[in-house]
Design a protein around this ligand. Sequence first.
Ligand code: MF3
Ligand code: CO
Ligand code: CO
Length: 264
Amino acid sequence: MPVSIKTPEEIEKMRVACRLAAEQLDYIAPFVQPGITTDELNKLCHDYTVNVQGAVPAPLHYSPQGHTPYPKSICTSINHQVCHGVPGDKVLKNGDILNIDVTPIKDGWHGDASRMFYVGTPSIQAKRLCEITYHAMWLGIRSVRPGAYLGDIGYAIQRYVESQGYSVVREFCGHGIGRKFHEEPQVLHYGKPRSGLKLEVGMVFTIEPMVNAGKAAIRQLGDGWTVVTKDHSLSAQWEHTVVVTEDGVEVLTVSAGTPGEPEF
Ligand code: MF3
Ligand code: CO
Ligand code: CO
């Protein structure tokens, strides 16, 4: 399957789904406090998606090949969890860092975004990891323009992350998105400049680097979903859905509460 080019009408539908993803993260932010469980966050997000946004949470029962159906409506990845953390009875405590990843489906179109949240006050190291990962995502976003290559995105992210003494997770990547949750292309967060697919106006995909404070190696837990760092070092991730435009790039997953573009 080739990479789909979305029409302006389709991009408008993506804009709506993606705004709902960002608004869901705005909604949940004040609830991320010491004492709440990730299951409670899941329930709040689920109800907001369904009852307020009139949307469907794509993760719930999502069953890609080789996986059991995903049991919850959002992913909550704490501390050394890299991604796909399954909400449960785990109680958040002061100093934890938490990624919340949401993907509402609105009128058949998917919007995919995640942010890092601090539970209470983070350590200096945890805060630095989250900030560097945010910068890394933005360096990737700023590499997007018609005629650039997917490899330019991965290179920008990898070069920066490794210059800061951190490592990029290899096993998971960004992805094309639209009527399907995960479609072509795969957007690697490492790579070589001017390699891979050439970007064209109308391509829509996510950029979602996972950055480990220690080594890049990961391991999957027995629940079939939760991914952790092998060395138990902290891990962070941010995600936006973007579209390639004539001018360069438009971030689709924006809302009133979306953190701004960092200064470089
Ligand atoms: N939202 C994740 C992504 O960014 C995918 C989660 S799949 C799930 O691609 F099944 F774990 F929800
Ligand atoms: Co994604
Ligand atoms: Co996501």
